[in-house]
Design a protein around this ligand. Structure first.
Ligand SMILES: [Fe+2]
Length: 149
């Protein structure tokens, strides 16, 4: 369980998204630091609540952006966000009940989820959102083959 460096590998190049990802990573890093300093449940729960709230806000913004660009994988992406929100909620619930025993597992899970999601699923929409693929083509992949040359 380590702090996450916001390196180029995690940058989508979409300014709004990158700055939100950075906030998310900062909150995660706060969680790591609080854990390393052995801060109590009260501090941990406060950071977790912020992480939970900010994740939801960020996912909403991201989904709105994907919708505006007619991203063809939007439904799948939305589902992944939903899965994460549910997992975090479950961890927060367990953490509130059972305390420190699951802190390590939880922080590991959150950190890994953030980096994996950004590097794989978020990177997959970059071409579509940054306009490198025309929206029509993104909506109907392969349709260009139907156009006579
Ligand atoms: Fe995402």
């Amino acid at each position: 369980m380590e702090a996450i460096d916001f390196t180029d590998a995690l940058r989508t190049g979409i300014e709004e998204i990158d700055s939100q990802h950075e906030v998310l990573i900062d909150i995660h890093n706060e969680l790591v630091e609080a854990m390393q300093k052995n801060h109590g449940n009260r501090v941990m729960n406060e950071i977790l609540a912020r992480l939970f709230q900010y994740s939801k806000e960020h996912f909403q913004d991201e989904e709105a952006l994907l919708e505006a660009h007619h991203y063809p994988e939007l439904q799948k992406h939305r589902q992944r966000h939903l899965d994460l929100v549910k997992s975090i909620r479950r961890y927060i619930f367990r953490h509130t009940r059972s305390g420190e025993r699951i802190t390590h597992e939880m922080v590991d899970f959150i950190g890994k989820w953030i980096t994996d999601h950004i590097m794989v699923e978020d990177m997959a929409y970059v071409d579509c959102v940054s306009g490198r693929i025309p929206a029509d083509e993104a909506t109907h992949p392969g349709s260009e083959e139907l156009v006579p040359s």
